[in-house]
Design a protein around this ligand. Structure first.
Ligand code: GAR
Length: 192
């Protein structure tokens, strides 16, 4: 199963996937390439470290969505890698019908809350401010309904009395680093 990863930031979840692949924990999945809409994103620095192609693709003029010429550039760049699975790991843009159709049924997103609670931006901050006692992370199929597609798997994180927003962020990220590789390995085993 050929996997491509899209991210806009640090790339710690892409790194978790690449590490899992290196140590044989991704089953039949292989990370084929990394893509970012930000030339300075940390995720792109992982390419040389892991011997995987890492590409900045110009997203065009929109700030929060992928549409028009930018969407076409992303579709062409990804299609060249013939992906069986497209993983959104911190890709901070809303995908539009053109992209969704190009990789229909093959796109999954990682979100840092127990959806359907706290969709959208700053999900960990939302959960923290709301005062919930359990939050976590979700991997779901991507549909036009932002953060609303069918849930594949989730991991829960308990908020303890001594926690701070920073410690909660660290706990959610560490849950993500375990959940995402396990989901990708399972999808590979199922032949997605
Ligand atoms: C992750 O926490 C991911 O769940 C979140 O961005 C972070 C990326 O971190 N995604 C979203 O909030 C999507 N709405 P990373 O760049 O270190 O993998």
């Amino acid at each position: 199963m050929r996997v491509v990863i899209l991210g806009s930031g640090r790339g710690s979840n892409a790194e978790a996937l690449l590490e899992a692949g290196r140590s044989g924990r991704l089953g039949g999945a292989r990370i084929a390439a990394l893509f970012s809409d930000r030339a300075d994103a940390g995720i792109l620095a992982l390419g040389p470290r892991f011997g995987v192609g890492a590409h900045f693709v110009d997203p065009g003029p929109f700030r929060t969505k992928l549409e028009g010429a930018g969407e076409e550039r992303f579709i062409a760049a990804l299609a060249a890698e013939r992906p069986d699975l497209v993983v959104l790991a911190g890709f901070m843009r809303v995908l539009k019908p053109g992209f969704l159709a190009a990789f229909a049924g093959r796109i999954v997103n990682l979100h840092p809350s127990l959806l359907p609670s706290f969709p959208g931006l700053d999900a960990i901050g939302q959960a923290w401010r709301r005062g919930v006692k359990v939050t976590g992370c979700t991997v779901h199929h991507v549909t036009p309904d932002v953060d609303g597609g069918p849930i594949i798997d989730q991991a829960a994180v308990r908020i303890e009395p001594g926690d701070t927003l920073a410690s909660l962020e660290a706990k959610v990220h560490s849950a993500e680093h375990a959940l995402l590789p396990s989901v990708v390995a399972r999808l590979a085993a199922e032949g997605t």
